[in-house]
Ligand binder design. Structure first.
Ligand code: HEM
Ligand code: HEM
Length: 178
């Protein structure tokens, strides 16, 4: 399997980054709701460390992915019309935007609440802002709205991938798989 993308196929680095990020986000969403539902306790703090660490990992993978995407070729759209290709592009753009917005708003929420972010109990991250109650509420609100927008776009994204595979029987899903 080639490393780099071609006009027909995603290369293995793009595929690995796509599926690793998808896996992390599928863990990340229930983890966030679970962390929030817990009463203040050592368990809650631990679950939040996992949540913040996985979330920052998503952000790191995203940076790699965007750099790789800018550097290389993108497989040609397989959609049957320009409108569908445009919708797919818009959904992908929104997913990329959310993968920036979610980690940054989460990081600002923690910093504004004066809670240090430490990746996997090992690597301390600098505070993005100083303690600020109003900013904390605003960033938490943005984080929450982004989660719901993400859920909607993901349903459309996964639905579209399954439609291509099961109904249109084209190579859209196959060329993203290994
Ligand atoms: C959290 C989960 C996911 C995220 C954030 C995500 C994000 C993305 C993004 C941003 C792209 C565009 C790639 C680019 O043009 O650079 C993409 C492509 C793709 N995704 Fe996902 N995805 C997720 C889960 C899934 C799942 C579960 C499936 C399948 C059921 C899937 C199937 C695909 C396929 C087939 C493509 C390639 C489309 C093409 O070649 O035109 N994705 N995904
Ligand atoms: C892909 C990345 C992420 C996803 C999908 C995600 C998802 C979620 C979800 C589902 C919740 C519970 C619902 C809510 O109140 O918003 C949540 C809460 C939270 N997340 Fe994330 N998160 C991500 C990244 C991060 C990062 C990187 C941090 C911090 C460094 C973070 C910090 C928080 C905090 C502090 C809360 C509680 C917010 C509150 O007090 O209302 N998240 N997240």
């Amino acid at each position: 399997m080639p490393l780099e993308n071609t006009a027909q196929q995603w290369g293995w680095l793009s595929k690995t980054l796509h599926w690793l990020t998808a896996l992390l986000i599928f863990v990340q969403i229930p983890l966030g709701f679970y962390a929030e539902s817990l009463k203040l306790s050592p368990l809650k703090m631990d679950v939040f460390v996992w949540h913040k660490s996985f979330g920052m990992l998503v952000f790191l993978l995203l940076i790699l992915r965007l750099l790789w995407r800018i550097k290389g070729t993108i497989p040609e759209a397989l959609e049957s019309s320009n409108v569908q290709a445009g919708l797919a592009r818009a959904a992908h753009g929104l997913l990329y935007a959310l993968m920036i917005l979610l980690p940054i708003s989460g990081w600002i929420t923690s910093s504004a609440a004066n809670i240090p972010v430490k990746l996997f109990w090992l690597i301390p991250l600098p505070a993005l802002v100083g303690p600020d109650d109003a900013l904390k509420s605003l960033a938490a609100e943005i984080h929450e709205i982004s989660v719901f927008v993400l859920l909607v776009i993901l349903i459309l994204h996964i639905g579209a991938a399954l439609r291509h595979h099961l109904m249109l029987r084209d190579d859209v899903l196959r060329r993203m798989w290994f």
